[in-house]
Design a protein around this ligand. Structure first.
Ligand code: KG4
Ligand code: ZN
Length: 344
């Protein structure tokens, strides 16, 4: 069966086709980053309007490229939450409209479940169970993943997410949005250690995180020192090193606590090269393996939603009737089996 996946939870319109027999048939993405850049962050109303403009042309594009017709779609999966309410509604209403017109099932997905399962699109795919480090713009969590829908929270941030720490530090440094890639780019010609930032909660004895102190420390440094280009690069290198050090230490602690040997990294911050290098090196040294989604599937995309939708449909989950809702706030642990609450 071919599943159409639709992702519109934030500032990326993602569409993909996943065939339960042949795998991913194609995907397309439109990023609104340039549109939001002048505001220094995502403007929800602009995001919703742009999703409306992009969604159907992108859907036509993936169908054409996969040489499929609209009638080949066997189910429609969409991001039901969490995210921006208006943006989610665009995807949810388009998905339900299409599913109704085609007489096929629709299924609403949790955005983070999409991220969590996205490394399974890669080859080799990790086997269950594994520890997942989920690091996106709004979340920093370590989960134990026993199977589709079997998610146990091991630890999470008590304040800002890792992506937020990148984004807020970048803003303080006068860099563009999103901040993670900008900081990583400047850090390449900087020297970590020249400025010293804390590694919050690194020795707290649990696998929770705290990143809000970092932005305060960055603010203090920026206010104290007028930074030249090299200074900004050095501070970027330190910001990146501080975040990566904490993520690596906590991920290894989670592997140890759970006695598992497979670690999966998901979410936008998972695209960070230093994080990948350090995690892989430290995990290898302990006989553990780290799995990453392909870079293009780290940040928001339709493929992860089509894939997660296919996995849920395999378990005969789908939504009944014509009504639907979105869930701008939605706790991933609510999905723990039996996967309740998906049908609205
Ligand atoms: O998963 P994602 O695309 O969107 C959410 O669901 O939030 O994650 C976006 C986050 C942003 O905070 C962005 O700055 C960060 O991922 N990010 C990175 C990198 N690429 C994206 N952070 C560090 N290094 C990167 N290369
Ligand atoms: Zn995301």
């Amino acid at each position: 069966m071919v599943v159409l996946g639709i992702e519109t939870s934030c500032d990326e319109t993602g569409v993909a086709l996943y065939d339960t027999r042949r795998g991913l048939l194609g995907h397309a993405l439109h990023s609104q980053v340039a549109m939001h850049a002048e505001y220094g962050g995502v403007v929800p109303e602009l995001a919703s309007r742009d999703h409306i403009r992009r969604l159907l042309p992108l859907t036509r594009q993936v169908l054409e490229r996969a040489k499929l017709g609209i009638r080949d779609i066997g189910a429609v999966a969409y991001t039901q939450g969490p995210g921006l309410a208006g943006a989610l509604l665009v995807g949810a209403s388009a998905a339900h409209g299409l599913a109704y017109a085609l007489g096929v099932p629709a299924i609403g997905l949790h955005h983070l479940e999409g991220h969590l399962l996205s490394p399974l699109l890669a080859d080799p795919a990790p086997e269950f169970p594994f520890v997942a480090l989920l690091v996106s713009g709004g979340h920093s969590q370590l989960m134990r993943v026993g199977g589709v829908g079997d998610y146990t929270l091991l630890g999470e941030t008590v304040d800002d997410a890792a992506g937020e720490a990148f984004d807020k530090s970048a803003k303080l440094l006068g860099l563009g949005y999103p901040g993670g890639p900008e900081i990583a780019r400047l850090a390449q010609r900087g020297q970590a250690g020249r400025f010293q930032l804390p590694r919050p909660m690194i020795a707290s004895g649990d696998v929770n995180f705290s990143f809000s102190g970092l932005k305060t420390a960055v603010m203090t440094l920026v206010n104290k020192h007028p930074l030249d280009d090299q200074g900004r690069a050095d501070l970027c290198a330190e910001v990146q090193a501080a975040i990566v050090d904490v993520l690596v230490a906590k991920s290894l602690a989670a592997l140890e606590d759970t006695d598992l040997t497979r670690l999966v990294v998901a979410g936008g911050v998972g695209a960070n090269r230093l994080l990948r290098e350090r995690l892989t090196a430290r995990a290898d040294a302990r006989g553990c393996t780290v799995y990453y989604p392909d870079l293009e599937f780290c940040t928001d995309n339709g493929a992860m939603i089509a894939f997660a939708g296919a996995k849920r449909l395999e378990r005969n989950e789908q939504e009944d009737g014509l009504s639907f809702s979105v869930r701008p706030r939605w706790d991933l642990e609510e999905l723990t089996p039996p996967a309740a609450g998906l049908a609205s």
